[in-house]
Design a protein around this ligand. Sequence first.
Ligand SMILES: [Zn+2]
Length: 101
Amino acid sequence: MKLLKRGNGWNIKCLCTGDGNGGGGCGSTLLIERGDIYLTHRYDFTGDHEYFYTFKCLVCGVETDIEETSVPNIIRRELLDEYKEKKRRENEALVLARRNN
Ligand SMILES: [Zn+2]
């Protein structure tokens, strides 16, 4: 037996509504798993950081934000860590590019 991908068992049914992304979703019901969610980030009107747990509909491609409370803590933490790591790498690449110019 070979483990191809370990599942964490978590998934959630979501409606494609376009919530938080200007609306315009197609209304499909989708089974969203851990790997389907990514973090998006915006500044609110006070200038504070806001994070959103977002998925992209496979039918229409519209993004919808999931209620933060619907996403388990451990997954939220993982997503945040991934996001910070991505940002850190982007910053590193920027610094390097500047140095080389
Ligand atoms: Zn859709």
